[in-house]
Design a protein around this ligand. Sequence first.
Ligand code: ADP
Ligand code: MG
Length: 344
Amino acid sequence: MSPLPGLRPLGRDLAVDLGTANTVIHARGRGIVLDEPSVVAVEVRSGRLVAAGTQAKEMLGRVPGTIRAVRPLRDGVVSDAEEAEVMLRLFVDRVRTSRVARPRMVLSVPSEVTGVERRALEDAALRCGAREVYLIEEPMAAAIGAGLPVHETPASMVVDIGGGTTDVAVISLGGVVRSATTRVAGDEVDDALISHLKAEHSLLLGERSAEAIKVAVGSVSTLRPELTTRVRGRDLVTGLPKSVELGSAEVRTAIEGPIVQIVDVVRATLDVCPPELAGDILDRGIMLTGGGALLRGMDERLRHELGVPVVIATDPLHASARGAGRCVDEFASLERVLVADHRR
Ligand code: ADP
Ligand code: MG
């Protein structure tokens, strides 16, 4: 998405949700101005950037040997700091309305990112032209974006199922009081589907096709009616293109492993909550955010297994960006939720 026309050329404050799967940018007073896959394509020999975002994602798994398409934040860790910076710079440049003004930036980073990596991303943001950089823990951003009353005493629970990580956080009085994270999320679901098709149908499938199947017919509870889709890939034995018909019940079985792990991390977090907090969560329910919240029946499955009400955030894919966005829009009142360690 390019900057909207007709705006005053001011460098607006930005909130950047640097997700493992998607990067979403909110500009102060304007709302969401960019939503792109966190993917870059670089020329292997020169290291030159060829594409970023949607264009680069299309190259994942199908580019010739001379170009490498990578997801620099894949598992919630910065697997390639240089590429992460290149990507951030490119996205920020796309939405900046002024080369001169230096915006304040609130950066939401995956919770698995280490202190050193956070520093590196913070420095990268400063090199991208930010005047000051503030970090916000992604589950906190997601909770604010989903409209949870994070400043109140009664606790709220947010479960953010992204691409590389699932984050569970219990929030009260503007802080995260209990949290857990696992590297099992959307990508693992796609991988489970790839393994299943290989084992049961001797069909080789790329990660983008697996994701498309998940979005088309994926579910974690019984569907009425069940769905079907046609899958194309390469036959493992003959090496030739082949297609098979796949039903949602079969997909559900195939992805059960990672789903159980996701449910378990939520259960484990509830288990270690002091009784008062557990009582609050029982009253208020769990808020589901992130793309994984869109997996059919995810809310019902959690409700059924944990006996706690579950609500899916409106527009769950943008919850963290909206939350970080509120921090730039209402900086004075929300500064407290930002991670204290910031530099000019
Ligand atoms: P991150 O914050 O890690 O970048 P997102 O919150 O953007 O992740 O969610 C991305 C994940 O959500 C991907 O694994 C993607 O496949 C999954 N996803 C997106 N839409 C859907 C959908 N409709 N059904 C199931 N999964 C979805
Ligand atoms: Mg996210």
